[in-house]
Structures are given as structure tokens and as C-alpha cells.
Design a binder for this molecule. Structure first.
Ligand code: AVI
Length: 323
């Protein structure tokens, strides 16, 4: 690599399924849309605002945790590893990890071209000697990733508790897939939001400024912009609550009246009070998450948490055996 700045072009892997997924999701008896479609340019900006909200504790808590424990986290991952991040690497957490880890290769993977286009040049300016190979793709499906030429250990970094947006079955399949991705000597550092007082959770997803509501409604605005929909955003409201049996926050968009919405040639009718389920955000206990990771063939080697035990970062190692 010769120590020169090196930024390869994004690898195009995977195509948008937005239209197909929206039509399929709205045709179900219980309408739903995938949360991965929240993150167009407007949605990504709204999400950044959510992360700064007083009520939204996960970002702040995970950042403090990472700042405090970055040295043992880097020791766990191994300096000079090939770091693959599921997400854009936009945040301060990533910078802390890169500083502590000094990876030989950094690969941010994100579905949003906009988000990568904004994040990668900033990161390249901050770390001019770092080799960055962004991959545009959906990390919930098997990915083709750049090879590691020098035999460096592969480590996946997945902060932010985005794993909580998968169902436990999906999270299991995702962990299994990640284990195959990192290979025999590989490891994973994953941020996981923990179970806690339901009132704290409720406030985090129902902020007083209505930023989370705008983030949720932007999904309909995106359908209007990109797929020619005619959703009237004034006729849907944001609804989020904690469901303790499943251990998850559910986000919905609820139709305030009986109405029909068109998306191109397709028509979707809504009863008054009918909802579109837009997101689940699962919360785990440390033991629950470790058991899930172990089932997927990872050895839960380390866990870091804050004093209130609101958030956790898990260090997982490929156990070499498992499904
Ligand atoms: C990205 N993900 C972990 C966030 C969460 O908390 O589940 C998305 C989010 N939805 C509403 N607020 C934040």
C-alpha cells in the first residue's frame, strides 16, 4: 500500500427493490414496510437529529461506552485487522475505533449511496493513510466484500443496535451470515440496546420535538417522491410503543381516516385506525443476546456496558463450530 492515501470506487453490489418491497408490504393483510427504507437523504438527516435528541439515549450511551473502553475493544479485535463496518462510518464511534484499532483496511457497507458519498470523503480526510473501500449494498443479504490480501483478521463492527431492527430469527440468520463473512479467525463487535424501564424506551421513540414522527412519516414522503405515490402525510400519524412480551418497540403509521392511496397504477385502501408497521426495535438482556450469538456459532468473549446497564457492546469470536 506504500502509505499513500487510497480510496477505491464504491463496489456496486445489489439493486434497489424498493418498489417491489413497498407494493408487497402494502398488499399484506397487516400492512408493513421495511425499516431499511427509512434512510434516503432526508431520512438519514432525520436519523442524525434523532441521535442528538435528549430522549434518545442509545447513541450517547454507546459513544460514552466506546470512548471509555476503546483500548480493550481494540485489543479484543486486534490491531491491523480488516475492519468491515455495517453502516456508513459517519459517527464519532467509528473514528474512535479506527484510531484505536489502526485497521489495515476499512470497508463501510451501506444501502444508501448518499450516506456513503457524504461519509467516505470525511473519513478519508480524517485518516489520509487509511485504505477505504466502501461497498454499497444491503448488509442483511450475503455480500461480496473486498479480499484481504495480507491475511489480516476480519472484524465486523456493527454499532448502533441496528441488529435490534431485525427479529430474533433474522438476527440469528444475520449473525450466522456474518460469521461466514469474517471466516475462521474472525470476530465481531456489535452494539446491542438493553431491556430497561418501559418509560425510558417510550420517551426515546416518542420525542417531544416530533423528530421520530417526521422520520417515520418520511417513509411515505419517500414513496411519493420515488414511486409516484399520493400519500397525504396529514392523514397518517406516528405511533410507537413498547411491547414487553416480545421485548420490542413497535413503530407504526396509523391512518386517521378511511382512505385510498395510489402508488402508480396500484391502489391501497386503509380503514380508519389501520396501521402500517414500519419498524421493530428489539431490546435484549445481556444473557439473551449472548445465547443468540452462541446459537449462531459465535463465542461471546467480551461484553462492555454502562453503569445503568442501558446499552452493551459485545465482542464475539467465531467459535469454529456451530450451524
Ligand atoms: C437504527 N436503529 C437502531 C434505530 C432504533 O432505535 O431502533 C432506529 C430508530 N427508530 C426510531 N428511532 C430510532
Amino acid at each position: 500500500m506504500g502509505g499513500n492515501p487510497r480510496r477505491d470506487r464504491p463496489v456496486e453490489l445489489g439493486r434497489s427493490r424498493f418498489a417491489e418491497d413497498v407494493l408487497e408490504g402494502l398488499s399484506r393483510p397487516r400492512k408493513s414496510l421495511s425499516p431499511k427504507y427509512f434512510y434516503d437523504a432526508a431520512g438519514s438527516r432525520l436519523f442524525e437529529r434523532i441521535c442528538r435528541l435528549r430522549e434518545y439515549y442509545p447513541t450517547r450511551t454507546e459513544l460514552a461506552l466506546t470512548r471509555k473502553h476503546r483500548v480493550p475493544m481494540a485489543r479484543f479485535a486486534g490491531r491491523g485487522c480488516a475492519l468491515l463496518e455495517y453502516g456508513t462510518g459517519e459517527g464519532v464511534k467509528t473514528r474512535l475505533m479506527i484510531e484505536a484499532l489502526r485497521p489495515s483496511l476499512y470497508t463501510p457497507v451501506d444501502i444508501s449511496e448518499d450516506a456513503l458519498a457524504r461519509a467516505v470523503p470525511r473519513l478519508a480526510r480524517a485518516f489520509p493513510r487509511l485504505r477505504i473501500v466502501p461497498v454499497r449494498g444491503d448488509f442483511s443479504r450475503p455480500l461480496e466484500i473486498p479480499p484481504v490480501s495480507d491475511g489480516a483478521r476480519r472484524v465486523v463492527y456493527f454499532p448502533g443496535s441496528t441488529i435490534g431492527n431485525l427479529t430474533p430469527d433474522e438476527a440469528y440468520a444475520f449473525l450466522k451470515m456474518t460469521r461466514a463473512q469474517v471466516g475462521a479467525r474472525g470476530a465481531m463487535l456489535v452494539g446491542v440496546d438493553l431491556k430497561k424501564d418501559a418509560n425510558v424506551l417510550h420517551a426515546a421513540y416518542n420525542d417531544a420535538q416530533g423528530v421520530t414522527a417526521a422520520f417515520n412519516l418520511n417513509l411515505l414522503a419517500r414513496i411519493n417522491r420515488e414511486l409516484g405515490g399520493d400519500f397525504d402525510l396529514r392523514r397518517f400519524v406516528h405511533y410507537a410503543f413498547y411491547e414487553p412480551t416480545a421485548g420490542r418497540i413497535e413503530m407504526h403509521l396509523v391512518s386517521t381516516e378511511k382512505q385510498t392511496v395510489a402508488i402508480g397504477a396500484h391502489r391501497f385502501s386503509f380503514e380508519r385506525g389501520e396501521s402500517i408497521h414500519t419498524e421493530n426495535s428489539y431490546k435484549y438482556s445481556i444473557a439473551e443476546f449472548q445465547a443468540l450469538a452462541a446459537r449462531a456459532g459465535f463465542r461471546p468473549a467480551k461484553v462492555w456496558t454502562d453503569a445503568r446497564r442501558w446499552f452493551s457492546v459485545h465482542g464475539l469470536v467465531n467459535s469454529g463450530s456451530g450451524p
